[in-house]
Design a protein around this ligand. Structure first.
Ligand code: HEM
Length: 438
């Protein structure tokens, strides 16, 4: 029974945000398939019942529309995360590009874009390759590893250090801080072993709605890590101003032709967002990609036979794994979407994990095909102003990592059932034991 504007009077029976669903089986594709076919802009009851529900946007075309119309679907008003951001945090978060709207976003984004052009990123290729091989070297003789902890997790963290020009001896603490800042929604989050959070995290109640909520000991640890990263980035900015280098940090701090440069504080905030946005995403793309190969060994053999497919494979991995499952917006005015009346202030949640399996936009979407080209997936966003800044870097990391794995561990195989992250936001794997010939 639905009211005139499409909202059902009773909570809808279909739940696509229960973190337990994702922990048990990954993205609930059957439920999303039903929604795409029957109710693509669906009024979804809020699982916490503390705040009103939200519009679940599941079709590719609607996710694109919401992403592109940033003036109508705001990231600044109440944030971009599924769970409500606490007001005190919102003030800080709004200074980061992910939580900004145009024109502030446009200005800041154009200042950081220059560090992430294909040319700038290509310069990192050899460094990324060295890091991938070092990580493989560390486990190669053992014949077994935890793919997540030993390879997928450190790779993006070390690459961000490289990108910032951080001294090599600082890698481990940056990695530790990064881990403390992510995975808050899983009581036993992936970073806990390195972060020493096991004791503080003793049996917190599971976060029902996932996202960046979670227990307060985790949050507190995350806040401390954010403060340490902030201070560290301040020192790094001072160092790069005193001793400029041919690196991205120097580039961002130096005035360009139009006189734009990041202030120290903007640089510090940017380092924070890089660590938040660049780590957990890429680690889960690598792990999700590896799992896809275990489940589709024919595609691994295809790559072993033809490395030129490494050009298209990264995007197919991102489509298939959809490491970022959702982001949310807030409607700034009454509008219509997919035939539903959206009211000013309504939460609108776009599901990339669903859009990436939408047969209206993607041929044969349930086939994992490393040669897929074109691949109009939305794993990096729906093409609006917030489209992932790290796209070229993520593609580079995935291409280089899988090239190294094909060469060094061609017979890599799954040794135990992987353990998935309890989160509706990051479609993640927290442990995946693998074996290979030493
Ligand atoms: C934004 C996905 C890797 C930096 C985003 C968005 C998605 C995404 C879905 C939001 C897009 C939107 O709202 O339209 C991914 C995936 C990755 C990845 C799946 C890995 C496979 C990276 C890396 C970095 C990065 C490596 C940088 C080191 C950012 C930043 C934003 C962003 C800064 C915010 C951009 C803005 O608000 O203007 N990413 N990302 N990402 N990503 Fe990524």
């Amino acid at each position: 029974m639905a009211s005139q504007d499409g909202r059902p009077d009773r909570p809808a029976p279909i739940d696509v945000v229960d973190p337990g669903l994702y922990e048990r089986g990954g993205i609930p594709h059957d439920r999303f398939g039903w929604l795409r076919d029957n109710d693509p802009v669906h009024w979804h009851a809020d699982p916490d019942e503390r705040v009103p529900g939200f519009w679940a946007v599941t079709r590719h075309s609607d996710v694109v529309e919401v992403s592109r119309r940033a003036e109508l679907f705001s990231s600044a008003e109440r944030g971009a995360m599924f769970t409500e951001t606490e007001p005190a945090d919102l003030v800080l978060y709004r200074l980061m590009i992910l939580y900004m709207d145009p024109p502030d976003h446009t200005r800041r984004r154009s200042m950081v874009n220059k560090g992430f052009t294909p040319r700038m990123i290509k310069q990192l290729t050899e460094h990324v390759r060295d890091i991938a091989h070092q990580l493989i070297d560390a486990v190669a003789a053992k014949g077994e590893a935890d793919f997540v902890e030993d390879i997928a997790a450190p790779l993006p963290a070390y690459v961000i250090c490289e990108l910032l020009g951080a001294p090599i001896e600082d890698r481990d603490r940056i990695y530790r801080w990064s881990n403390q800042m992510i995975g808050f929604d899983d009581p036993e989050f992936s970073g806990s072993r390195e972060a020493g959070a096991d004791d503080t995290a003793a049996e917190p109640p599971p976060a029902r709605s996932g996202g960046s909520g979670g227990s307060s000991p985790h949050k507190e640890l995350g806040r401390q890590a954010a403060a340490e990263i902030f201070a560290y980035a301040g020192e790094l900015a001072a160092l790069r101003r005193a001793e400029p280098r041919d690196d991205i940090a120097t580039q961002l701090l130096r005035s360009d032709a139009s006189g734009h440069a990041l202030t120290d504080e903007e640089f510090q905030l940017f380092v924070l967002i890089l660590i938040i946005a660049g780590n957990e995403t890429t680690r889960n793309a690598s792990s999700g990609g590896m799992l896809a190969f275990f489940e589709h060994p024919g595609q691994w053999r295809r790559l072993l036979d033809d490395r030129s497919l490494l050009r298209t494979a990264p995007d197919e991995i991102v489509r298939w794994a959809s490491p970022v499952n959702l982001f949310r917006r807030t409607a700034t005015a009454d509008t219509e979407l997919g035939g539903k009346r959206i009211r000013r202030g309504d939460k609108v949640v776009v599901f990339y994990g669903s859009a990436n399996r939408d047969e209206r936009a993607i041929d044969d979407p349930f086939t994992f095909d490393v040669g897929r080209d074109p691949n109009p997936h939305l794993g990096f966003g729906g093409g609006g102003p917030h489209f992932c800044l790290g796209t070229h870097l993520a593609r580079l990391e995935l291409g280089v990592l899988f090239e190294a794995l094909l060469e060094r561990m061609p017979d890599i195989r799954l040794a135990a059932e992987p353990r998935r992250l309890r989160s509706n936001f990051i479609n993640g794997i927290k442990e995946m034991r693998v074996e290979f010939t030493p």
